[in-house]
Design a protein around this ligand. Sequence first.
Ligand SMILES: [Fe+2]
Ligand SMILES: [Fe+2]
Length: 264
Amino acid sequence: MADIHVRKLRFSFDDVPIDFSQSDEALAATLPLLGLSLTMPYLEPYLIRTMKLAMKQIRDPELAEDAMRFSQQEGHHYRNHADFNLRIRASFDAPTADAIRSIEQALEADYQRFSREKTLRFNLAYAEGFEAMTCAGALASAEHRTLDQVPGGEIWAWHMAEEIEHRTVAFQVYEHLVGSYAYRLLVGGFSQWHYGSYVQRFARCMARSLGRKLARPGQPVHRTALRNYLRTWSPRYDPAKIPLPEGVGDLLARYTALAESPLA
Ligand SMILES: [Fe+2]
Ligand SMILES: [Fe+2]
């Protein structure tokens, strides 16, 4: 069984500064990250719906427990992101906030349709494609220690550390119930393209409103993320073989203590 803790945390975003007067290079990192946050109240409930169905078929009790804790972690993630997203929309003028809302509605319609019309096999492969990609990015952020250098305060460090903590679950559930390498590549690739296209739509919408252009991301952390991501395409890819990066254990312990403190 994976070592997964469910931490019931709610962060406050009232005083979180969102500064857009950054260099083009910094903005090219910030806006897609805000786009990532905007997807979470739709993407993560879709992952939870998928896991809930999968749990009825999982024959290994330890894996079923992992799937449940995975879902509980994702539940706390998206609730915090929904609060942060209020802050993000409020940073823009009303027409831009409306445009952001309409992209959110299109994304939600896609995920509701996937849950309604697609097979569990498809939805599990989508979930694994998404988790593999975000884990690759989270590992790069941990390695370069960029988790706390972005707007949103602690939400990113906490969320990315927990993404690393539950890195094996979507893969193992996929392997347990589906198991096809070719299908993982096919639908995983679609998932990454589909999800990434929405993140880009959000980022371009915000950049337009700011009168800025999105520069190509070229920081060392992006190169590490790309290298990690390419490894997920290997037939030998197995997130269980990825050790916890230095510092992530301390971060997780810190958030466990925070969740257990009387002020949480
Ligand atoms: Fe998450
Ligand atoms: Fe996740």
